[in-house]
Design a protein around this ligand. Structure first.
Ligand SMILES: Cc1cc2nc3c(=O)[nH]c(=O)nc-3n(C[C@H](O)[C@H](O)[C@H](O)COP(=O)(O)OP(=O)(O)OC[C@H]3O[C@@H](n4cnc5c(N)ncnc54)[C@H](O)[C@@H]3O)c2cc1C
Length: 317
């Protein structure tokens, strides 16, 4: 019998919305699916996942899993997949799943496909070459692993689920957990702004911004006026103006908000690979020939140093 195991993701107990997209993908596959969440002190997290439509919410709750150390998580995922007879293990595309799922797949000698955007009859569709080509992929073997792009699988509204899934604890054998990596510390930049992968609106800045003060004043200021998340092109990350966590694109975050406002971004294919599934794209650029205008629904040919302060002022009114 086929069984899909969906790996739920959370940040310090707060369920990531992308977990519901992974569940939506599993529902599309058609086989029954269980959700597995790992961590420590997970009662509220498991409760939030009961609305995802899974057969069961499996909870691996142990102090040794308090931090998402990839070797330990991969070990538990492989053990649970093996014990339950999972035929497909799925997570949403994220840095967490990039770190953990290939290791779990290797432990089970299973084939894996990433960046899945479509599925039918056992065949996966995935984006490649910065979204310029679509590949159809079939995996061999009894167990398969996949990561799916949340933008491609609309998350079911959690409140619409009529019967919440039962929660079941998974025994964690702490002595058997690999201890190659040790948690030292976690540095989180506190921000009142939403995360780009979960936001409805993203204001994203590019090389037009000359330093971090200008980025914060213009891109950050516009984002705060709109209640939006901030993003950045790789040009600014490479220049040390923005942190890596803000990068949108092929080698950054893949986002699909309702509105993406590109401020002084040229629209390189590697950047667009991360945001082209956005519903509405708006761009401000002083070069009327910038490629970003080819995908933008709304474009303003202007200097960002003049247009953005004016926009913030008008929006505040
Ligand atoms: C393997 C690989 C992976 C990559 N991955 C990523 C990725 O994940 N994300 C990413 O973003 N890039 C990525 N890149 C880099 C990508 O190719 C581009 O170099 C980068 O996106 C350019 O960033 P930008 O648009 O900010 O800068 P530029 O291309 O330099 O564009 C700056 C734009 O700002 C405009 N401008 C300048 N001043 C002003 C002003 N005052 N007012 C208005 N407009 C102004 C210019 O007209 C120009 O269009 C990758 C590259 C490679 C090779």
């Amino acid at each position: 019998m086929s069984l899909t195991l969906v790996i739920a993701e959370h940040d310090q107990g707060q369920v990531k919305l992308a977990s519901f997209s992974a569940a939506a993908f599993a529902a599309q596959v058609g086989a029954p699916f269980d959700l597995l969440v790992l961590g420590s002190g997970l009662a509220a997290t498991a409760e939030a996942l009961r609305a995802a439509g899974a057969r069961t919410v499996l909870v691996a709750d142990h102090a040794e899993l308090a931090q998402p150390l990839a070797d330990r998580y991969a070990h538990v995922i492989a053990e649970v997949a093996r014990a339950r007879g999972a035929t497909l293990v799925v997570g949403a595309v994220s840095t967490f799943t990039k770190d953990v799922l290939p290791r779990a797949a290797a432990l089970l000698d299973a084939a894996m496909v990433s960046d899945v955007i479509g599925y039918a009859g056992g065949v996966f569709r995935r984006a490649q070459y910065a979204g310029n080509a679509l590949a159809t992929v079939e995996l061999e073997g009894a167990v398969k692993f996949a990561t799916v792009r949340s933008a491609a699988f609309a998350a079911a509204a959690p409140s619409a689920t009529p019967s919440p899934s039962p929660v079941e604890a998974v025994a964690v054998d702490a002595a058997a957990l690999p201890k190659h990596a040790t948690f030292v510390s976690r540095e989180v930049k506190k921000s009142a702004r939403p995360d780009a992968t979960e936001a409805r609106i993203i204001v994203s800045g590019g090389r037009a911004l000359k330093n971090s003060e200008d980025f914060e004043r213009l891109v950050g200021g516009l984002a705060d006026t709109l209640g939006a998340a901030v993003g950045s092109s790789r040009a600014l990350v490479d220049a040390g103006i923005t942190p890596n966590s803000l990068q949108i694109g092929q080698t950054g975050k893949i986002v699909a908000p309702e509105l993406y406002l590109a401020v002084g971004i040229s629209g390189a294919i590697q950047h667009m690979a991360g945001m082209k599934d956005t519903k509405i794209i708006a761009a401000i650029n002083k070069d009327a020939e910038a490629p970003i205008f080819e995908v933008a629904d709304y474009g303003l040919v202007a200097d960002v140093y003049e247009a953005v302060p004016e926009l913030i002022q008008k929006l505040k009114k």
